[in-house]
Design a protein. Structure first.
Length: 716
């Protein structure tokens, strides 16, 4: 083969590459040494051998070959074809995440995406790298669609109906044949189900309207659309409501007999002013020995909702209540969540309680877990309890202040032990009768909130320890834990390098407690400074997300080795699971199935993420709706985010956030410096950095996209 050209002396690079490709593919499982390769290809001259070695190095770089030793190669059977998840991005820089590996995402150009949608499972083939460029993949098959139902507004043009999906990173509209509109009219928001995916590049997605949500722009329609977009329910099944209506609220003599009676002990709830479902209550009394007894009483949902019942199945599917700006979509039917289970004042209620005996210095002497009967003496709003803590007169002032004193000491001990002290403000709206936002404000956690929080944390931790903390060599029984992994150290180092420019320091090496103390010092030092929100945002990005699992790794943010969710069974399904397992174990039951409860934990974590996304979208919607009346007006703002496609700015006055698109930054050519969170002008050297103060004008408020557009007036 090579002899005709004097041992490959005059062979061209392309021809040599083809010979090598054929050679390795004939025996894909064999490793070849250089000598075997030269002999097999009849390469005799030194130039030909060196050319082959150079090409094999390139083939290894392109992942076509695998280098076994410095002088041997084999065909790379791994990594050429992979399966995994397609990630579609607004910027067009789509990527592919391989299954079950720690490999980084691989870039997929739009032309190579087969128009896969975000979250689809796909099969890809790795492309050869070109001139040391980044790795790329081409989608060769869509294995499974993540979703087939979308929300959008009906448009009709020239006898063609189509729906443009909202909030989705989709590439085209869904065509709806007229007969499949099912009375949906132009301008109405609908749920459409895809019945035919395109078989070729220029093909159409074809769908059928399966639900009409209402006229686009109306409040109910938009809130239902947000829920439907995430596959979340916006109404309650009638058969579940009917089952709830049949449940008796009567407390039987047997219930009283088998429970500890707290009806004569001072008990109260402290909740937001508009709360209807009261999950938790606190009781307080001074014991004869001068110690305090604090009871953390939790609604006994599992007494009423039996495992496997129609109500339980629906609650398990929902996994959480959803809190949109103007409404709550409850996990349980209203009769249960707002009436039977809710710890309403002056009503006898069944509870599951963690009861603590404490010193005035908040030292826990002992505690017990009991099923109880309680009667709340008073329903406090956070504002009412806060007023008592601040010195105003009122009923049960002494009890509230002692509880606050204990909570304050518990908090100080927790922070000293390494808990992260994040206090994030939450955007809230006052809504009129038609659902329009009339005022935008911020909810900040104060002492009354922290009073409740500390006792809930204490109960959750104690319950988790009672099951998870076993003697050396023992095996803990199955329990869903709330776990939170250590921060991403690369992101922590990025934070450390970033804050230097503001004059701050951060320790990223050493013990967990030392690193957290350093982080808390930083969070304390930035309070009230212009860079506070900016640094808090970057710090939060370094934190892992908390989730549920039966495999306990502790909770980094709270600095607890054992932590679970026990205190909110009305609105969280994992709490109900914990109640059932605790009762089972108290009655001498065997450990539950780890596999079954891990699957339930994963589902609950997933649903929690979806609920949070829906809540954020409802806030964005109301924010854009609120800002419509300010179009054309100027505000002072700070840059809250920097991306390759523009800068996000947050108005100082109301914290509403909008974007200045890159196309409007036309005074220079800007490059995105991801590490330093800024855009740099190539010619004039202008720089837009995270935290910079700017003056903006509200240019547009796009309700459908839930997006505010700003233009810069000047940069200070």
């Amino acid at each position: 083969m090579g002899k005709g050209k004097k041992g490959g002396k005059y062979m061209k690079k392309k021809e040599m590459a083809l010979l090598l490709t054929d050679f390795f593919q004939k025996e894909p499982n064999r490793t070849f040494t250089f000598k075997e390769i030269f002999r097999g290809l009849h390469l005799e001259s030194h130039p030909a051998k060196m050319l082959a070695i150079d090409i094999m190095e390139e083939m290894a770089w392109d992942d076509f070959l695998s280098r076994v030793t410095d002088s041997s190669y084999r065909l790379n059977l791994k990594g050429q074809t992979m399966e995994g998840t397609f990630i579609r991005k607004r910027t067009g820089k789509n990527s592919f995440q391989p299954d079950g590996t720690d490999q980084p995402e691989v870039f997929v150009a739009e032309r190579n995406s087969m128009y896969a949608l975000d979250g689809d499972r796909v099969r890809v083939t790795m492309m050869a790298r070109r001139n040391h460029h980044i790795r790329e993949a081409v989608v060769t098959e869509i294995l499974e669609r993540k979703k087939s139902q979308f929300v959008g507004t009906v448009n009709i043009e020239h006898d063609t109906a189509y729906v443009a999906p909202e909030g989705e990173h989709t590439y085209r509209d869904i065509i709806v044949p007229k007969r499949m509109l099912h009375k949906a009219k132009k301008g109405e928001k609908v749920i459409v189900r895809v019945i035919e995916w395109p078989k070729e590049e220029r093909g159409h997605i074809v769908g059928e309207v399966i639900a009409i949500l209402g006229k686009s722009g109306e409040n109910n329609t938009e809130m239902h659309a947000i829920l439907a977009q995430y596959g979340l329910p916006y109404e309650y099944p009638k058969n579940v409501e009917e089952a709830a209506n049949k449940i008796s609220a009567e407390i039987t003599p047997e219930d009283y007999a088998e429970r500890e009676d707290f009806r004569e002990v001072f008990t109260c709830t402290i909740d937001p002013h508009d709360a209807k479902d009261f999950d938790d209550a606190l009781s307080f009394r001074v014991l004869e020995n001068g110690l305090y007894e604090v009871g953390v009483h939790i609604a006994d949902v599992s007494h009423y909702v039996k495992e496997g019942s129609v109500i339980d199945k629906e609650a398990q599917k929902r996994a959480t209540s959803i809190y949109l700006v103007d409404r709550t979509i409850p996990m349980l039917p209203e009769r249960l969540c707002n009436f039977i289970c809710s710890l309403r004042p002056d009503e006898e209620k069944l509870a599951y309680s963690a009861i603590f005996t404490m010193t005035p210095g908040a030292e826990i002497k002992e505690w017990r877990l009991r099923h109880t009967v309680i009667r709340s003496n008073r329903r406090f709003t956070y504002e009412e309890a806060q007023a008592l803590i601040e010195g105003q007169e009122g009923d049960y002032k002494n009890e509230i202040n002692i509880l606050w004193s204990l909570a304050k000491q518990l908090r100080e001990k927790r922070l000293a032990n390494g808990a992260v002290n994040f206090d994030r403000e939450e955007m809230r709206f006052d809504i009129d009768e038609s659902g329009k936002p009339v005022r935008c404000y911020f909810k900040v956690s104060r002492e009354a909130n922290k009073l409740i929080e500390e006792f809930m944390l204490l109960a959750n931790r104690s319950v988790a320890e009672s099951i998870g903390k076993v003697k050396k060599g023992g095996k803990a029984k199955t329990l869903p834990y709330r776990i939170h992994d250590v921060p991403d150290m690369t992101k922590m180092e990025t934070l450390r390098d970033f804050i230097v420019k503001f004059g701050y320091k951060l320790k990223t090496a050493g013990t967990r407690a030392a690193v957290t103390r350093s982080l808390n010092t930083l969070l304390s030092d930035i309070q009230g400074k212009s860079e506070q929100k900016l640094i808090e945002t970057v710090a939060l990005r370094a934190m892992m997300k908390a989730k549920y699992s039966v495999h306990n790794i502790g909770h980094y943010g709270l600095a607890f080795d054992y932590y679970t969710h026990f205190t909110s069974p009305i609105r969280r399904y994992p709490d109900t699971m914990v109640h059932r397992l605790l009762t089972r174990y108290q009655n001498g039951g065997r450990s539950a199935s780890e596999q079954k409860y891990e699957a339930l934990c994963e589902h609950s974590s997933d649903m929690e993420v979806l609920a949070a996304q829906a809540e954020r979208d409802s806030i964005k919607y109301k924010m854009v709706e609120f800002m419509q009346k300010f179009i054309g007006q100027e505000f002072t703002a700070h840059i809250s985010g920097v991306a390759s496609y523009g800068i996000y700015c947050e108005i100082d006055e109301n914290h509403c956030e909008g974007m200045v698109p890159m196309r409007d930054l036309n005074n220079d050519y800007y490059e995105f410096d991801e590490k330093n969170y800024c855009l740099r002008g190539r010619r004039r050297h202008n720089k837009y950095s995270l935290g910079d103060e700017v003056r903006i004008k509200v240019a547009a408020a796009n309700i459908d996209k839930r997006q505010l557009d700003f233009v810069l007036v000047d940069k200070k």
